[in-house]
Write a protein that binds this ligand. Structure first.
Ligand code: SF4
Length: 401
């Protein structure tokens, strides 16, 4: 069904205004000369060149008290949006945008990729996963390679698709690879819940889920990185809410702004961060008000917390971070692939030249990796940051000359 953007009427002519799927709340662009009181309601307006120019002019005209401002975006969708809109080149040179560990596939540790590969090699096992993970190289193989050798590895577009595969293949064990942040974890929790309700005994989850706020704290404690503010992720924040970053802002005196994904969202988010820095404030502010609240999605978190509990987790590039991952609670252990299968200890081997770890920590940009655009390309990726559509190396490859 197609809707006209402004009226919500169906393009077939029927009045479906009551059925417009999502009500978009206008966001006020405030405090910027020339834009005070402008209310944005439609997608085109978030890309309006005139409004963007006014916001940019505001930043360019400002005399800043600091020689440099280093802001990190910790969401792969932001990384791609920033590249796509050319924001890095447009901002004043004193404002630097640094890409952080925001791509779920990229931060998945090599050992977890190796375990997924091992699971794919087991007879009678069907691996179900989101597409990006297939081509991520592990120590000696990838899921893609295993599939070409005959393993049953299937791409799904939703967690419930994996349940359907389990229903249709009762003689097989179906394992869903749970990769991603707080955004995807509730959907995986819902699948486990449903599997239990249906007494589906051939379904399990291999959880490599990650939690973002502990990783942000680890970044701030790293000695080789200095940051002045976080462009906080939009999607994750719809679930965890602004309150989840309170400790990051207060303990580390670090301004945080939860930002949307359109060019004007990003420009406004950056302006809000600069405002905080200039006024020596460190608060959690929400630019992306049309989707994010202070408390987040309580129902989604309740479901996630019913099935999962926080656990120490290893991140590519950041190492082990306390309580930064999710594992299935003991009462849901029968749906935990890590408990169902006796996984061996796997000797992990990293590609010797790949610098994904440093790229994910924001201490290196992809062109500084000796393999970038040479041995490592999207057609022949040597590390996850080149594989994923949200990976920093892939974004540099596609959008950076
Ligand atoms: Fe790794 Fe390739 Fe990125 Fe280099 S360019 S850090 S090899 S993914």
């Amino acid at each position: 069904m197609r809707f006209t953007r402004r009226t919500g009427a169906c393009l077939c002519g029927k009045d479906l205004s009551r059925q417009v799927p999502a009500r978009v709340e206008p966001v006020e662009i405030q405090g910027i000369k020339g834009l005070i009181g402008v209310s944005l309601k439609y997608l085109d307006e978030y890309r309006d060149p005139e409004l963007a120019k006014n916001l940019l002019d505001g930043l360019l005209r400002r005399s800043l008290s600091r020689a440099s401002i280093r802001l990190m975006e910790i969401c792969g969708t932001h990384t791609v949006a920033i590249f796509r809109s050319g924001l890095r080149q447009l901002l004043p040179p004193s404002i630097q945008l640094i890409s952080g560990p925001g791509c779920p596939v990229c931060v998945t540790a090599n050992e977890d990729i190796d375990r997924a590969v091992w699971l794919a090699q087991q007879p009678g096992v069907i691996i179900t996963t989101f597409g990006d993970l297939l081509r991520v190289p592990g120590s000696s193989s990838s899921l893609h390679e295993e599939r070409s050798k005959g393993a049953d590895v299937r791409i799904v577009y939703a967690t419930f698709d994996a349940l359907q595969i389990a229903r249709e293949n009762p003689e097989h064990q179906v394992v869903f690879l749970g990769i991603g942040f707080e955004t995807t974890a509730p959907t995986v929790a819902a699948a486990v819940h449903k599997a239990a309700a249906e007494k589906l005994e051939n379904f399990s989850v291999f959880s490599a889920h990650k939690l973002l706020p502990p990783a942000m704290k680890a970044l701030l404690e790293a000695e080789d990185l200095s940051l002045d503010g976080f462009i906080c992720p939009g999607h994750v924040s719809t679930v965890i809410g602004a309150e989840a970053y309170q400790e990051v802002a207060a303990k580390y005196h670090m301004p945080c702004v939860i930002t949307g994904f359109e060019p004007l969202d990003l420009l406004q988010g950056i302006t809000m961060l600069v405002d905080q820095l200039e006024e020596d404030r460190a608060e959690v502010a929400i630019q992306y008000k049309r989707a994010v609240t202070r408390e987040g999605n309580i129902a989604a978190r309740k479901l996630m917390n019913e099935i999962f509990e926080a656990a120490d987790s290893t991140w590519r590039g950041l190492g082990e971070i306390p309580e930064s991952g999710l594992k299935l609670r003991t009462e849901w252990r029968s749906y935990d692939a890590a408990a169902r299968f006796a996984m061996p200890n796997i000797q992990v081997k990293e590609h010797p030249g790949c610098r994904c770890g440093e790229v994910l920590r924001g201490v290196m940009t992809p062109p500084q990796c000796g393999l970038f655009r040479k041995a490592c390309t999207p057609q022949h990726p040597l590390g996850p940051c080149m594989v994923s559509g949200e990976g920093t190396c892939g974004a540099y490859y596609r959008y950076h000359s």
